[in-house]
Design a protein around this ligand. Structure first.
Ligand SMILES: [Zn+2]
Length: 352
């Protein structure tokens, strides 16, 4: 029996920013078309209908004044929020349904109706701050989802893994002093947007030790990501014992992405999904929920999302042997990074 859910809805293609903007409706259009094709073959996914996030749910992460500001853009053809972030008439509706859709998927997984799932939504969320739109993001979907899971299912430990090429500043800040959420981010670092995410940013107060930042150099690919997930994320996560894993799944680490400068292949995305499924199986009865963040090469993103969904639903999963061999032969650069991360994090995680 297949128990993998997806959130998809035409409303998510009605959020439109400036002409030529890379975060464009076509990103989802090709993914939805692929799902229709795959549906006819063997990929059986369960649709989870999105609903708007409630005011109360939005307020777990955003200030009332900010929510009012985004709501006031409804019906206006164009409104600029940030240098690279704007809204169209339906953006507020789309953003509310993106956050609410993720909450519905989390509900289905936490209540045991689904095993795992992927919210294929726009706009993305991980840069959105409590009171500010940033980096193509309006509401911070994954942060709202984590609060939703904690509140409605009395969870004490939620792991957010963010593999988008950009650091999820908004998500980090939302939980910087909060041990109920462990934020783990891999991102390109050093003269790269948004600039936050140094390895020494580890959380504050009660949240100290519950933020793990993995700054990577441009050009990192399957082997680097595989090593970080196996040798840093896995031991920390098994020690933390999350009750659910949420993923900010950005496909701007794909080798064809015009913004990211990373080298991850479709097989690499499948491998990362496998590692997350293994962790979830041990600590969270398999509960794993992804939400779409960035990813600007339309075809590469589509194929990668397809590879991830095949893993989640265990339809033709990847034979990981070749990638694991490559990971074992990893170069000195990544070994040095792992040593440095261990030095910083060992205070909090004795398995490192
Ligand atoms: Zn990104």
């Amino acid at each position: 029996m297949n128990r993998t859910g997806v959130v998809q809805d035409p409303i998510f293609m009605e959020h439109v920013m400036d002409p030529g903007h890379p975060e464009r409706p076509e990103r989802l259009k090709v993914i939805y078309e692929m799902l229709e094709d795959e549906e006819k073959k063997n990929l059986r996914l369960i649709n989870v209908k999105p609903r708007p996030a409630t005011r109360e749910e939005l307020e777990t992460t955003h200030s009332p004044a900010y929510i009012d500001r985004i709501a006031s853009t409804a019906g206006k053809p164009h409104f600029r929020l940030d240098m690279d972030t704007s809204t169209s008439a339906k953006s507020f509706e789309a953003a509310s349904l993106a956050a609410g859709g993720l909450c519905e998927l989390i509900r289905a997984v936490c209540s045991g109706n689904l095993k795992n799932g992927f919210a294929l939504v726009r706009p993305p969320g991980h840069h959105a701050e409590s009171d500010r739109a940033m980096g193509f993001c309006l509401f911070n979907n994954v942060a709202i989802g984590a609060h939703y899971a904690i509140k409605n299912f009395s969870l004490e430990r939620v792991l957010i893994v963010d593999w988008d090429v950009h650091h999820g500043n908004g998500t980090q800040n939302a939980f910087y002093s909060d041990p109920r959420v462990l934020y783990f981010s891999t991102h390109r670092y050093g003269f790269f947007y948004p600039g936050s995410g140094a390895a020494t940013e580890v959380g504050h107060g009660k949240g100290e030790g519950f933020t793990v930042n993995v700054p990577l150099e441009g050009g990192s690919g399957d082997s680097e990501y595989g090593n970080i997930f196996e040798r840093v994320l896995k031991p920390i996560a098994l020690e933390y014992r999350p009750q659910i894993i949420l993923v900010s799944a950005g496909f701007d680490i794909h080798y064809d992405d015009p913004l990211g400068g990373m080298e991850v292949t479709e097989a690499g995305f499948a491998r990362l999904t496998q590692i997350l499924m293994e962790i979830a199986e041990v600590t969270a009865l398999g509960k794993l929920v992804l939400t779409l963040e960035g990813g600007y090469d339309i075809e590469g993103e589509k194929r990668s999302v397809g590879a991830v969904l095949k893993e989640l639903s265990q339809v033709s999963p990847l034979d990981k042997k070749e990638l694991v061999d490559k990971e074992r032969k990893s170069d000195r650069r990544i070994a040095q990074l792992i040593l440095r991360l261990s030095d910083i994090q060992r205070r909090y995680w004795k398995s490192l």
